[in-house]
Write a protein that binds this ligand. Structure first.
Ligand code: C5P
Length: 222
């Protein structure tokens, strides 16, 4: 089938966005990074001094929250009310607080609605935590991407080194574990593998091997 919905979920730093982007490119589909949406909400709340656990205040904030993804090279831009926050949403501050914001009911409700609108006409690869379970329960292909905590921390560590950032591997492991725990234990649509999702363990695979594996799973569906 053409114009499929492809859902890629999994824990933090499992390589979802890298792989989802490449799969989308191969299929000529749109790629949607739902984690970037929750990160953008978190950054806006910090900037506007809205308490990160105040559901009602966040709900109000989202009535004035024009979020846009703008295609660009090498990375699409994330704009909120016209402000380019592409880089800021990857900060340690946002990363370590996003799980609190993403657990708030009105934030989940509003982002889920926007994600369903983006995916409505298909031909989309969407990555996140609850795409296969909640956002797109009828997606034609669902992948659950995992890797060991150690492997994910090592990948993040290498990325940081490339960016010239010195980080501590043990600290990265702790941060990844803490975020996974919060995302898996929240009340509304926690991180969990959908019943009909295919589990792909990337611990001993490189990016090309993972992309190939997923393209095979997609082809089997057609
Ligand atoms: O994918 P990424 O690590 O950028 O996601 C950032 C955070 O956004 C996650 O840790 C989680 O709290 C939240 N998230 C979510 N549901 C999604 C995608 C991300 O709750 N579908």
């Amino acid at each position: 089938a053409a114009n499929m919905q492809i859902a890629i979920d999994g824990p933090a730093s499992a390589g979802k966005s890298t792989v989802a982007k490449l799969v989308a490119k191969k299929l000529n589909y749109v790629y949607c990074d739902t984690g970037a949406m929750y990160r953008a909400v978190t950054f806006a709340a910090l900037q506007r001094k809205v308490a990160l656990d105040n559901d009602q205040a966040l709900k109000e904030m989202l009535t004035d929250f024009d979020l846009k993804f703008v295609p660009a090279d090498p990375e699409q831009l994330v704009l909120v009310n016209g402000q380019d926050i592409t880089r800021q949403i990857r900060s340690t501050e946002v990363t370590n607080q996003v799980s609190l914001v993403s657990a708030q009911p009105s934030v989940r409700q509003e982002m889920t609605k926007r994600q369903q609108e983006i995916a409505a006409s298909g031909a989309i690869v969407m990555d996140g935590r609850d795409i296969g379970t909640t956002v797109l329960p009828d997606a034609e292909v669902k992948i659950f991407l995992i890797a060991s905590v150690h492997e994910r921390a090592v990948r993040r560590y290498k990325e940081n080194v490339k960016k010239g950032m010195a980080t501590d591997l043990a600290v990265l492991e702790q941060e990844i574990k803490a975020r996974d725990y919060k995302d898996s234990h929240r009340e509304i649509s926690p991180l969990t593998q959908a019943q009909d999702a295919v589990l792909v363990d990337t611990t001993s695979l490189n990016i090309d091997e993972v992309v190939e594996k997923i393209l095979k799973i997609i082809n089997q569906h057609e």
